[in-house]
Design a protein around this ligand. Sequence first.
Ligand code: MCA
Ligand code: AMP
Length: 478
Amino acid sequence: MSSQTVRKSPTGQLLKTTQRMAAALHTAGVARGDRVAAQVEKSPQAIATYLATLQVGGMYLPLNTAYTDTELQYFIDDAEPTVMIVDPARQAQTEALAPEVVLLTLGRDGQGSLLKSGARRTAVEPMWGSDEAAILYTSGTTGRSKGAVLTHKNLTSNCLALLGAWEFTGDDRLIHALPVFHIHGLFVAVNMTLVAGATMLWMDAFEPERVIDHFATATVLMGVPTFFTRLLTSPNLTHEVASTMRVFVSGSAPLLAADHAAFTQRTGHHILERYGMTETGMNTTNPYRGQRRAGSVGFPLAGVEVIVAEPESDAELPAGEIGSIEVRGPNVFDRYWRNPEKTQQEIRDSGFFITGDQGYFDDGYLHISGRAKDMIISGGYNVYPKEIEQLLDEHPTVKESAVIGVAHADLGEAVVAVVVLNDGRQLDPPALETSTGDELARFKQPRAYRAVDELPRNVMGKVQKAQLRDQFSDLFGA
Ligand code: MCA
Ligand code: AMP
């Protein structure tokens, strides 16, 4: 899947490509506030689909290339895009899913209908900070995905705060090996590079040895913890190869303190860990200058307020006490798409957004100690157990199920399904896999299945997932 090319993206060419796409989107009828959904392979042209959408005043909706048709159908029905951009190979099947939507195609090398016409549109739709720029879906704890509506102010304020915090400039050369359908690869990595006028060393996928080869000409790597875990397995990761790098940034999932220490020992660099969310972009970061503490996600970014509060109210707790992490600032999203109830539940009247993460402050540094939301982070991708449990529970052999995240050396957490079988039934993992295969993206599918006689429950009848996580903690020997 990964190509061997590393490209520097010349701005003039990117601008022309964006203007050609903007012409195609305009012709397709995209107007202010319309959604443009893109499920395209990683390529420099994929970045132009985002920029062209903003140019014509649309809302960009990037979609994971791993999503199945069932998953896509939900996003199409919920977001009602005016235009959908897909790989030419997926044209026919997407047409069947979205007959009302104008379908345009874009392949990895720029082929397809989106760039077919040479016409360019130079007009830029004027937008205010409060205008909508994007919708990114975050799977919901009830199994139903919610679209977080992000404004232009959300994107610009976060980008500027990060440029300052990490002293990122036009001289930087970023190794870009992340997918471009999430905040991390798109709004952190790409926005920062474009706004600073920096350079990207573009990789279609993460390959540890090629990333190490690029250290010689790069200055920054941004990655999820799995990147660092995998880099550490290479004998080629040394002080010498990393000596010209400026900073290594990790986020999207907790970085193991042991990996932080091992990376320092192997390269002399202290990984800079930061904390973000789809609804907020980046919230906190360890300092660029100053002590980067392993196990901590650092200080609030400029302009961002972060408190640790009592879950029942937004009463702030003293340092050291664990509570609900809440965030207020120009980075906090506008609302959940067509879901005012959820918006009201998660954004307090005071403007603080309840992240669903739990943590505490120590010496001004924020530590994330757990999650109130039932969510697994596997290799930096979020997986919501409810979505998988609902499918497993429909299987004739299964009475009920609980899906948990179990420590995994490579992925951080791996998805495990614990099932109670119907009387007289045997555990049959391949059959369960087949039944969920058409519905769930591969990264959400359980890496292991275990049968138990009954699920542990508290007096309220709630399944005690912590107990199951303990019971299966050494399933992957991590
Ligand atoms: C791929 N597979 C996975 C994952 N990725 N399974 C579980 N968890 C995963 N994360 C499966 C594939 O379906 C395939 O299954 C097999 O593993 C190998 O696939 P391959 O494509 O070779 O995977 P890989 O290249 O090894 O990918 C691992 C990866 C990738 C590099 C860690 O998952 C990745 O790029 N993750 C980053 C995600 C990210 O950007 N997160 C940011 C979102 P099979 O062989 O069975 O078919 S969070 C965010 O934006 C917030 C705001 C933030 O704070 O940043
Ligand atoms: P997303 O749905 O992709 O926005 O995922 C955001 C979630 O990822 C946060 O709410 C955290 O639970 C988690 N996360 C992001 N960065 C970190 C980090 N550095 N350490 C621990 N958890 C993190």
